[in-house]
Design a protein around this ligand. Structure first.
Ligand code: KG4
Ligand code: ZN
Length: 342
């Protein structure tokens, strides 16, 4: 079954053609058009501008998708579009475009929850993930939660952030250090340059909500801001060594919190399979720490390929396709900025 996936919930326009068979999915083609440069001018996503960019880019990307494969719209068995959660105007552009395409072509259409897309993203390149249950640590610019996945559509959110998301903590810290939006990845790359033998900073960052299940990043953000100020990190003339050390300390504090919460939830549930997903899942230190935790506890860890950690159309095609293939289920793409998972 060939599924056209469309993702426009935030600032990335994603389209993909995914072939889903009984054995495994194959991504035939996936394109993502990033709006990062546009929004960097404003230090964050401007919803109105994001919607207009989707409107402009979506038809071009879909045309490019078909011109770069041997397939046409006639080969498509299902159109899947992100319908929630996200920026309302952005979701509406994707959903209305998909509705028009489905109406004109007669192809069935289904709406997909964005977070379900992230949860199943490792399935895109892994054969044996379809065993349940598993715990999904979803870490992105807008979400930070640990979800128990007992089946397709059967989810329990076991831990969530009570304020900022992990990606926001990375991006806001990066902003304080002068990196352009979104900054999480740039901060992480800078942290890699830190040499522990040249450590200069005596201060430490607190372990926020230690021992508790839920996440909180806003207190950490305040502590980070004070640390940067005291070390003179916001100064444009600060040395590269000091900047790298600050990045290292910030990344270490965010990653420690994430791994700590996952450890607590894993111990209390005893679930043996872990999925790490969402934009922040591309972080090398988070991957490394989770890998060593999973190895020491005999757990299996699944992480999507880097290009499927961040927002993309392939993960949306996969989830829409799984519901349709296994249950014949189609969900009308009723746009909602805040719909709960499941
Ligand atoms: O999943 P995503 O593409 O969009 C949302 O649904 O939010 O996640 C984007 C987030 C941004 O906050 C970005 O800075 C962060 O993921 N991110 C990273 C890294 N790569 C992307 N954060 C830390 N380290 C990275 N390597
Ligand atoms: Zn996302």
């Amino acid at each position: 079954m060939k599924v056209l996936g469309i993702e426009t919930s935030c600032d990335d326009t994603g389209v993909a053609l995914v072939d889903i068979t009984e054995e495994r999915p194959t991504v035939l083609r996936s394109f993502v058009s990033s709006q990062v440069e546009l929004h960097a001018l404003y230090g964050g996503v401007v919803p109105e501008l994001a919607s207009r960019e989707h409107l402009k880019n979506l038809p071009l990307l879909v045309d490019a998708l078909f011109s770069e494969t041997e397939h046409t719209l006639d080969d498509v068995n299902l159109i899947a579009v992100t319908s929630s959660p996200g920026l309302k105007g952005c979701l509406m552009v994707g959903a209305h475009y998909a509705e028009g395409l489905a109406y004109a072509s007669g192809i069935p259409l289904t709406g997909v929850h964005h977070i379900e897309g992230h949860i199943f993203a490792p399935f895109l390149t892994s054969e044996n993930l379809r065993e349940y249950p598993f715990l999904a640590l979803i870490v992105s610019g807008g979400h930070t939660e640990i979800v128990l996945v007992e089946d397709l559509g059967k989810y329990s959110v076991l831990a969530r952030t009570i304020d900022d998301a992990a990606g926001e903590a990375f991006d806001k810290s990066a902003h304080l250090l002068g990196f352009p939006y979104p900054g999480g990845r740039a901060l992480s790359e800078m942290a890699e340059l830190f040499n522990p033998h040249q450590a200069q900073i005596k201060d430490t960052l607190p372990q926020v909500m230690q021992g508790k299940i839920n996440f909180s990043f806003s207190g950490l953000k305040t502590a980070i801001s004070l640390l940067i100020k005291r070390a003179g990190g916001a100064d444009v003339h600060v040395s590269e060594e000091l900047r790298a050390e600050l990045c290292y300390l910030i990344q270490d504090a965010i990653v420690t919190t994430l791994v700590d919460k996952l450890r607590i939830v894993q111990k209390s549930t005893g679930v043996k399979q872990i999925v790490l997903t969402g934009g922040v899942a591309a972080n090398y230190l988070l991957q490394e720490r989770l890998r060593s935790f999973c190895e020491s506890e005999g757990l299996t860890l699944f992480i999507p390929e880097a290009r499927y950690c961040t927002d993309n159309g392939a993960m949306i095609a996969l989830v829409g396709g799984l519901y349709y293939q296994t249950r014949g289920k189609l969900t009308p793409p009723a746009v909602s900025s805040r719909a709960p998972l499941g």
